[in-house]
Design a protein around this ligand. Structure first.
Ligand SMILES: [Zn+2]
Length: 162
């Protein structure tokens, strides 16, 4: 029994131009040449009510009417039997963790730089506040000095008038 797949052939998930650069990882099991005709097998998704969404691998060779196809678990067993290197979940995980780690290191670096910038900004604000303080104090001294002068003049005037 060959699963009906005419509708699913172009809808197979993960098959797009953007994913084409890393086919073996994003599409699960590696696609190997058909043992009967040598054409690379295709990953397909079954759409029949009996086996909905069930993944299978089939030889796309229609010219020679090749009949090679296998459910995913059977295909996995076939690959293991044929000593095909299957990218393990562990190695994929290691790759993902490695990527995450490098991203984390970069983020921490950025955060450190940012907090240094913030520290510098705070220092600048504190320095400018100090400046304003000094200016206010300077003005106070001037104002007090002026007041003293004015009072002295007033006292002198009052003294003269008496
Ligand atoms: Zn074939």
């Amino acid at each position: 029994m060959n699963p009906q797949s005419s509708r699913s052939e172009s809808v197979s998930p993960g098959v797009s131009s953007s994913v084409a650069r890393q086919p073996s990882r994003s599409e699960g099991l590696p696609l190997v040449p058909c043992p009967e005709c040598g054409v690379t097998v295709k990953k397909l998704v079954n759409r029949t009510p009996l086996n909905p969404e069930r993944v299978f691998y089939r030889c796309p060779n229609k010219i020679s009417r090749c009949t090679f196809w296998k459910w995913e678990n059977e295909y996995l067993a076939y690959l293991r039997n044929a000593n095909v290197v299957i990218p393990s979940i562990e190695s994929e995980l290691a790759e993902v963790i490695g990527t995450l780690e490098s991203q984390l290191v970069r983020l921490i670096d950025e955060l450190k730089k940012k907090s240094q910038d913030d520290d510098r900004q705070i220092e600048a604000i504190v320095a400018s506040l100090d400046n304003i303080n000094i200016k206010v104090h300077n003005h106070m001294y001037v104002i007090i000095a002026l007041l003293v002068v004015v009072i002295a003049i007033l006292i002198v005037f009052i003294g003269i008038q008496k």
